[in-house]
Design a protein around this ligand. Sequence first.
Ligand code: DGL
Length: 269
Amino acid sequence: MKNLNPLQPIGIFDSGIGGLTVVKEIIHSLPNESIIYFGDTARVPYGTKSDSTIKEYSIQNTKFLRKHNVKLIVVACNTASSVALNEITLHANVPVIGVIKPGAEAAVKNTFNNRIAIIGTNATVSSKAYDREISKLNPKIEVRGKACPLFVPIVEEGWMNHEIGLLAAKEYLNVLQRFAYDTLVLGCTHYPLLKHTIQNVVGDKVKLIDSGIETAKQVKSILAEINLLNNSKEKPNRKYFVSDLPHRFKEIGEMFLGQKIKSIAKIDL
Ligand code: DGL
């Protein structure tokens, strides 16, 4: 690993827009940090693709962020974190943080009845990445996964609080009911936007774990540990890059981020 300094930006990538839910949490807990974000909007979704394709795309995204001289890479995409974290780490040459471990740790801390449910894309759920992390921490915990592929387009249509969102949530989550879990991991970038609908369906007794919030906490503690927190008073620089449709990214992205996106550019990988 080369010499890194606190003023370098944090690199974050996702398959598209969804990773902005993670960016939002990182900005909230680390307001001084500059950020380079890449959303692979030309090739989204990753959640329905094969492991080898997800790995190939993730390596390309990592190389793009490296060119921007980032000090740390956050893999905001649950699918890429589940399937390609080893390959990303091999190509990063800087520390890498995925969203699976922080989400799994928070879920293990929260559960009382040792039953955790995971929802995510097809690729995330079938990779069993969350199951493995949870079992490393406590092998007695039982885990069940359920892929909810329609949640991504529903959120991108803005139908979070619409009947369609509620119907899909009931359809997906009711099959998990008999498992009687007390903790549910929102294992996809888009699901925090459906939090209220999901909580309505699963009831108040189930704690929802937002991997983005947990990841932001881990980014902060790892940067502090390796003395790379940016404590300067200078205004941070936040730049967003996409592989297609920058206008759509800006429009929908501002809803995910909860603030204006000022600098956005389309690039070819
Ligand atoms: N960003 C992806 C994830 O968190 C969801 C969208 C996709 O399938 O690419 O898994």
